[in-house]
Write a protein that binds this ligand. Sequence first.
Ligand code: NDP
Ligand code: MG
Length: 334
Amino acid sequence: MKIYVESDVEQGKAGVSRIAVIGYGSQGRAHALNLRDSGIDVTVGLRPGGPSWQRAEADGIKVAPPARAAAGADIVAILVPDMAAPRVWRDIESSVKPGAAILFAHGFNIHYGSIQAPDSIDVILVAPKGPGALVRRQYEEGRGVPCLMAVAQDATGRAKARALAYAHGIGGTRGGVLETTFAEETETDLFGEQAVLCGGVTELVTQGFETLVEAGYQPEVAYFECMHELKLIVDLLHEGGLAKMHQFVSDTAKYGDLTRGPRVVDESTRERMRTVLKEIQDGTFAREWRAEYEAGMPRYKAMMAADMAHPIEQVGRELRARMSWLRTEQQDAA
Ligand code: NDP
Ligand code: MG
């Protein structure tokens, strides 16, 4: 697989001098500030009176309502929550000039057809593989978070050059830019967060906690084992894969891992992972989530409230309050 770096960027060919960034949240703020510091003329598009407006002004960046920001821009980056994006698109569609590009950090709305772009514009994706705060901090330190890039529609013949120029402007070429498709980015991103990163891990943690508590062990001890210590393991995996984790845990832990792990997460789990993936691929998940969002998210809110009321959360709050160093780590991550 080719990894694009700084020397692959053709600034002239990209023809990018003005960029509108719609949304100033996790990704929007990081992209806007990095692009500005890379010498690009950036206007942030926000709803007047919304919480982000003041923040963008305080950062000294130009702010305008979304349609005004989009007018005349070479690239319009739509960095609002995925469920809010179709409405934002309706507001700005007529202001995006023919020959411009619209850009996303996640392929969801294009891939599932909830945003349909006219034939006269490029549709591109630049997705940093990290939260906005990291994208900003790495840039400030002269480094960059690796990005995925993709082209869904190339109206101008310059779509890829533009995606690369944008990735370069946010620092992505320092970390390396990998080419993908909207389908691959969207489906793997959803699968990862559902089966492994968010859904899979939280179920593993809470069910492990429940199993210990149900067997009569103290919730505080169960919390340390099943939630707190996860970070130590994840850090090792992140830094050096399975090999580094194995280097740092005991032989007993390794033997337990090799013999018991595959019994907890087994072939039947993989079968259900395949079903979850199929629901992503055939659009079932996207339709379900869109309908839930349009209905005011009643099931989402009820399930979230139940998760927040789980005993692991109560025990966790008390224990974390005694570990003062966690507060700075959380701020770093935010
Ligand atoms: P956020 O939730 O942080 O975006 C919030 C911003 O969107 C705020 O500026 C808010 O403005 C604005 N906004 C929210 N609702 C609306 C609305 N209805 N109309 C207009 N503006 C609105 O989003 P993220 O940065 O998390 O996500 C943006 C994109 O990046 C998504 O496509 C996401 O999938 C993708 N992405 C996110 C990553 C992450 O780490 N978070 C990682 C990689 C990709 P206001 O203050 O006025 O409400
Ligand atoms: Mg869960």
